[in-house]
Design a protein around this ligand. Sequence first.
Ligand code: ZN
Length: 305
Amino acid sequence: MSNQRPGRQVETDSAGTPVGEGDLVAPVYFQTCRSCEFCRRGEFYACENDYEHTGNSPEVWPHFHAPWGTHYYIHPNHHFYRLPDALETHRSIAAAANCALSQVMFGIGEVGVEYNETVVIQGAGGLGLNATVVASEYGAETIVVDSVDGRLEQARAFGADHVVDMDEYDSVDARADRVRELTDGTGADVGIEVAGVPAAFVEGIELVRKDGRYLEMGNVRPGYDVGFDPGRLTRKSIDITTAVEYDPRTLADALDFLENTVEDYPCDQLIDAEFPLAEVESVLEASENRDLTRATLVPPGEQPS
Ligand SMILES: [Zn+2]
């Protein structure tokens, strides 16, 4: 591929779009080595060397491995895409496309959401809001489940047709009944777990109809057990799929999707605020204390908006 050549010889992004000095680009946050067993099969999201350079010390060439810095080195095995011109004024939103939006688009592609299907989305955080927009744009009827008032309001602003407040429907049975009520008594065609809580997986099986499909995406850290009744799953004939990382080409689709939808949703709500890079320490501290949820750092020479 053309982007395997170093530095100035790179003339196009990973989609073949011409790039030049000064263009804004978005890289996939992991690499695909193209030589491991999984890359050879085309299963790039399962690359065994995906984080080869992540976390390297700044002492190690080519030095710029971390996202919080004035420079970021895009390795030959990193896919990257030129930002569409329309996104130049939405850089902070575009900067997050390589994570939440790409992940959600890939996952939804894997579970296969079709026009007019009902989709129940568990969790209205960043992944959940992105999933709501994508499923809505694909023509699905969306039901978002969460317990935080502000998040449910946001979910509505991001296209949710229905919201289920976990405080109002305060048991799994109550929520399953409510979802059935909203889906002609059957349960949702598709369930998407983006709450990141093990219990949500168990509950999800109750929210999806017989012969439905379920996407597990929010629980990404091993080591958390939960009681689960496999017989329920079998009896309901539910197909389960998972998604972690994504096919790198999904980022190109995500940027295109964002270009077409960014004005239709209050996407700026996904960003708390922009800060100069010099404030990185206090911003990280505030994020850890949950005083900030989605801060954006702006490099020197550019003004936070
Ligand atoms: Zn690989």
